[in-house]
Design a protein around this ligand. Structure first.
Ligand code: GDP
Ligand code: ZN
Length: 459
């Protein structure tokens, strides 16, 4: 399967002046050499050298594109195979021309999405969590999400998982000894030892899972519900935010247009706003789907923006709403400050802290910046800033960590209820396997295919 040679354009098409084609496999160097006119023959080139030259059309013998060609010989390449990277500096057309010539070579075929990374994984260059981080890297929507993905590539999560598995292997070895020499009468000691070890790993998993929610927020955007009574200015706010902050629309094909997700980026923090039917005027959660259902929407939100009209007294519906959300992450926006004010601020301070209340006028745009700063402070002022945590941002990783935690709990409880130690061994082994799946130790083939098919072409 790995004996053939693959090629793909590995820079985003249409972006920037330089495009790179990556070729990987045993025939990469001779095949490209056959198309290249350069001073040094590519087949004789040393590893990690760059060569200037022209790609020749073998049919006509004519020079087509001016290129820089980099040779990386196995195993010192990303895939651990022979790799040739061809940089062209034309736009889309010149890359495509070189690509077409390459694919006419009998020994080269087009790479499947993610195939380079898959080879890197299969050849032992990176582990599965690192491979998945590459997917996140390709998809990350903000600088912060990007650096988070980068950390994972660098193996923070892998290291943590390996550390936990080491603890569990040690524990298993301990159990093994106990089973082999039951006459040692160390049963109760061993049981205590296992419990202590399980606890240690459970605590480690908990620490990782605690970051999982934050990781999710940063990767997919902070789910933000804009709530309030009719006419307070929710739609106006929504418009102002999307207009000023370069909304990124998700590229999910075949959207029914019932509900689309819209992303805005505020001071590098991606927010996910819900948009219904593409008509801004129907977005008002409270007025359109009723108080009960709006509560459900609010339940899911990471952040709630409660909009109030400063020019009117507080309404009893609003007091009810406040009661329902005051324990959550809330920013209270007192809108319409350009009008004579009637809202009793002191009443609000009974429920919210000073920093949660923002005065603004969407109409005059006064205070919009304060809102943006308040959002930043909320998410980056606190614990998120202590950037040394390993973030878990991948749904599959989170599920596996939870499973492993449950297995360890089972082992722990078994020991408490006097179940024989060799039964605990089964649970500990299971936890070890589940953690292994995170980094691709013993991952089944179907899973691998699914993961790697998520890649963009050329990665
Ligand atoms: P929604 O029902 O909560 O979505 O409120 P809208 O966004 O539709 O706004 C209701 C009305 O209030 C519209 O006529 C807006 O132009 C007006 N409005 C929104 N924000 C402000 C503001 O800051 N000041 C003033 N004076 N009017 C505003
Ligand atoms: Zn509205």
């Amino acid at each position: 399967m790995l004996s053939d040679t693959i090629a793909a354009i590995s820079t985003a098409v249409g972006e920037g002046g330089i495009a790179v084609i990556r070729v990987s496999g045993p025939d990469a160097i001779p095949e490209v050499a056959g198309l290249l006119r350069s001073r040094v023959k590519l087949t004789e080139a040393e590893t990690h050298t760059v060569h200037y030259g022209f790609i020749i059309d073998p049919q006509t013998g004519e020079k087509t594109e001016e290129v820089l060609v980099t040779v990386m010989r196995a195993p010192r390449s990303f895939t651990m195979e022979d790799v040739v990277e061809i940089s062209t500096h034309g736009g889309v057309i010149s890359v495509k021309r070189v690509m077409d010539l390459l694919l006419q070579q009998p020994g080269i075929r087009l790479a499947e999405p993610g195939e380079f990374t898959k080879r890197a994984f299969l050849n032992g260059r990176i582990d599965l969590s690192q491979a998945e981080a590459v997917i996140d890297l390709i998809r990350s929507k903000s600088d912060r999400a990007f650096s988070m993905a980068l950390k994972q590539v660098e193996g923070h999560l892998s290291r943590e998982i390996k550390d936990m598995r080491y603890t569990l292997v040690e524990t298993l070895a301990h159990i093994e000894v106990n089973i082999d020499y039951p006459e040692h009468d160390v049963e109760s000691m061993t049981s205590e030892f296992i419990k202590e070890r399980c606890n240690k790993v459970i605590a480690q998993i908990d620490r990782l899972l605690k970051t999982a929610n934050e990781g999710k927020i940063l990767r997919e955007g902070i789910t933000t519900a804009i709530v309030g009574r009719p006419n307070v200015g929710k739609s106006s706010l929504m418009n102002a935010l999307t207009r000023e902050n370069k909304a990124i629309v998700t590229d999910i094909p075949g959207t029914t247009r019932d509900v689309i997700e819209e992303f805005v980026t505020i001071n590098n923090i991606p927010l996910k706003l819900l948009d219904t039917a593409g008509i801004r005027e129907t977005l008002d959660v409270v007025e359109k789907i009723g108080v009960e259902r709006s509560k459900a929407a609010v339940e899911e939100a990471d952040l709630i923006l409660l909009v109030l009209n400063g020019a009117e007294p507080l309404h009893e519906d609003e007091l009810a709403l406040i009661e329902g959300i005051r324990q959550r992450q809330v920013l209270v926006l007192i809108n319409k400050t350009d009008l004579p004010q009637q809202l009793d601020r002191s009443k609000l301070r009974e429920f919210f802290e000073e920093g949660q209340i923002v005065e603004l006028s969407v109409k005059t745009r006064d205070g919009l910046e304060r809102l943006e700063d308040a959002i930043s402070e909320l998410f980056f002022g606190g614990k998120l800033e202590s950037g040394d945590l390993t973030y878990v941002s991948n749904v599959r990783h989170i599920a596996l960590l939870k499973k492993a935690k449950q297995s360890l709990r089972d082992a722990y409880e078994a020991s408490d209820s006097g179940i024989p130690i060799d039964i605990m061994q089964i649970d500990v082994r299971l936890a070890w396997e589940q953690l292994g799946e995170v980094i691709g130790d013993s991952a089944p083939d179907a899973l691998l295919d699914q993961i790697f098919s998520q890649f963009c072409l050329g990665k």
